[in-house]
Design a protein around this ligand. Structure first.
Ligand SMILES: Cc1ncc(COP(=O)(O)O)c(C=O)c1O
Length: 216
């Protein structure tokens, strides 16, 4: 069973409190492996180092990429020794990839992780994300169906796709690059860098408000 703890391109969908726990329980009952894709949600994006920590549900396999490489191309498949062993022997080396584990990318990833932890970027994402959510929820309801997310992964669901696209264009006019989610085009996804400062967030909010006023 493969899920993202919070769906990103699926429209920034935060699961109900009990969902991942129930999924874990069901996988254990039937003997299925539970895989979490934390390619977008990992490395502090949602306010914890990994999103699964919000629910205390531990997957059998964790898929990582993007921020893992600190800007360099790197992906990883993390699991306990028994699971990794099955990949190593049958067929042998079945998870080998052409660019996997390049030493330069690994060094960049390690350096990035050190900065992330030293500068407490997950905590910063939690704090600034809360401010972002609250400020966006203050926008009067017109044109917007819902604002949701965790940490610095936030989705603004518009009443329709046309409004979302107009909002994206208006943001660009104010030199703010945002985009709609791949599978739910009525949702605009905000995922600013975790190094965002409070002042940059306020400036971004100012531009988002102006873009919204021009849209609805
Ligand atoms: C959650 C998630 N998983 C996996 C991927 C796919 O990564 P790749 O482009 O390396 O196939 C993406 C790409 O954006 C993603 O957002």
């Amino acid at each position: 069973v493969i899920v993202e703890p919070i769906q990103a391109e699926g429209g920034v969908q935060v699961p109900k409190e009990e969902f991942l726990l129930a999924l874990r329980r069901r996988c254990d009952e039937v003997g299925a492996l539970l895989l979490f894709d934390e390619v977008q949600t990992g490395f502090g994006r949602t306010g914890k180092l990994f999103a699964f920590e919000h629910w205390g549900v531990v997957p059998d396999v964790l898929c990582l990429a993007k921020a893992l490489g600190g800007g360099m191309p790197l992906g990883a498949f993390v699991s306990r020794p028994e699971v990794m062993h099955t990949l190593a022997v049958n067929p042998p080396l079945s998870h080998v990839t052409t660019f996997g584990g390049h030493p330069v990318c690994c060094a960049a990833g390690l350096a990035g992780l050190r900065v992330l932890l030293r500068e407490r970027l997950p905590e910063r994402a939690a704090l600034l994300g809360q401010r972002l959510l609250e400020a966006l929820r203050e926008l009067p309801g017109r044109g917007i169906r819902e604002v949701r997310g965790k940490g610095l992964l936030v989705g603004i669901e518009f009443e329709n796709e046309t409004l979302a696209q107009a909002f994206v264009r208006n943001c660009l006019k104010h030199r703010l690059i945002v985009g709609v989610t791949l599978h739910i085009p009525a949702v605009v996804r905000l995922a600013p860098p975790l190094s965002l400062t409070q002042e940059e967030l306020e400036e971004g909010l100012h531009r988002l408000r102006r873009a919204w006023q021009e849209t609805v």
